[in-house]
Design a protein around this ligand. Structure first.
Ligand SMILES: Nc1ncnc2c1ncn2[C@@H]1O[C@H](COP(=O)(O)OP(=O)(O)OP(=O)(O)O)[C@@H](O)[C@H]1O
Ligand SMILES: O=P(O)(O)OC[C@H]1O[C@H](OP(=O)(O)OP(=O)(O)O)[C@H](O)[C@@H]1O
Ligand SMILES: [Mg+2]
Length: 283
């Protein structure tokens, strides 16, 4: 059985669960269950703190896991585990922040105290940019309060919308330390049975989320121009209609371009333009 780690709570867990279900795997029904077997797919799921998942995978106890890129790098497991694919949810950036106006550049952090929950990630960054800070103050959460409460001069933390920082009267400075999202990790260089299928299915889910199926009827005279707007992934399907002057076209298109494409097709004289959701894709 393939042994896969899944976040048990927090920002990653709901989306990880939905993604696995969309990929055709069964998931636990009760949030108290620690292990769940999906016999049809020969997979055993282990529900763990996302922060710990890299440790289990790097040790070889589990074959693969869903976690955050920032959490993976923070765990400092070296080459034992690797990122296999990005999953597109739980996006965030890891940033330095301080009370508004206190710092303008990262170089000013020399000799200062920085609070964070991601010590490994922060110390790697400081080493690589040769900044000699006073110390890293480890906190489990609510890092934004640390400066006001006098235990640090600046923070390094996860920023999603920025509203937590704003509410604390802080702002980011310097370049992002890391852009993070949920990822699938595996043991470096290992290909246990079932892993390729998991990757293919997850890939299918991500593509299905990103694309819509566009169908329309267009006068044969405008078909060439319409196909330029909907070139599809491989090649669009063209079907004859009862009226010889018209054809029906079916093509995949990026969801974010959907309305622009529909407008352009309409202006070219296309009719019955439909965009529908795709539930799963195997390319
Ligand atoms: N608004 C957010 N807050 C926290 N983590 C976020 C947010 N948006 C995305 N993430 C990502 O989710 C992962 C953190 O998940 P985790 O479950 O450890 O934290 P959490 O949701 O803050 O839970 P808790 O603090 O209760 O342990 C990281 O990869 C992080 O980049
Ligand atoms: O940019 P935002 O959308 O405001 O999100 C980022 C905030 O959310 C997380 O905190 P969380 O609520 O998990 O509390 P914690 O600090 O106790 O983990 C994170 O640590 C930031 O503080
Ligand atoms: Mg948190």
């Amino acid at each position: 059985m393939l042994r896969i780690a899944v976040p048990n709570k927090g920002s990653l867990s709901d989306a990880a669960r939905e993604t696995l279900i969309e990929a055709g795997y069964r998931q636990r029904r009760d949030s108290k269950e620690l292990v769940f077997v999906d016999p049809d797919n020969s997979v055993e799921f282990f529900y763990l703190r996302p922060r710990d998942i890299a440790i289990y995978v790097a040790k070889g106890t589990l074959d693969a896991g869903l976690t955050g890129r920032d959490l993976f790098l923070d765990a400092q497991v070296g080459d034992a585990a690797e990122e296999l694919m990005a999953l597109g949810f739980a996006r965030s950036t890891f940033h330095f922040a301080a009370p508004s106006g206190a710092f303008t550049s990262v170089a000013e952090l020399a000799g200062k105290r920085i609070a964070t929950s991601y010590d490994g990630l922060l110390s790697d960054y400081l080493k690589s940019s040769a900044i000699d800070t006073n110390k890293i103050v480890h906190l489990d959460g609510a890092v934004e309060s640390s400066v006001k409460l006098g235990v640090a001069d600046a923070i390094a933390d996860v920023v999603e919308t920025g509203s937590t920082l704003k509410a604390a009267g802080m702002e980011i400075f310097g370049e992002p330390i890391l852009r993070s999202e949920a990822i699938l990790i595996g043991q470096t260089g290992k290909h246990p049975a079932g892993l390729d299928k998991l990757i293919q299915r997850l890939h299918g889910v991500l593509v299905a989320r990103e694309y819509v199926m566009v169908d329309y009827d267009v006068p044969r005279a405008h078909m060439e121009a319409a196909l330029k707007v909907t070139p599809g992934l491989e090649s669009p399907t063209i079907s004859p209609l009862a009226d010889d002057d018209w054809v029906a076209v079916r093509s995949m298109a990026k969801k974010k371009d959907m309305n622009r494409i529909m407008d352009e097709l309409y202006e070219m004289g296309a009719k019955a333009i439909l965009a529908s959701a795709i539930h799963a894709i195997r390319l």
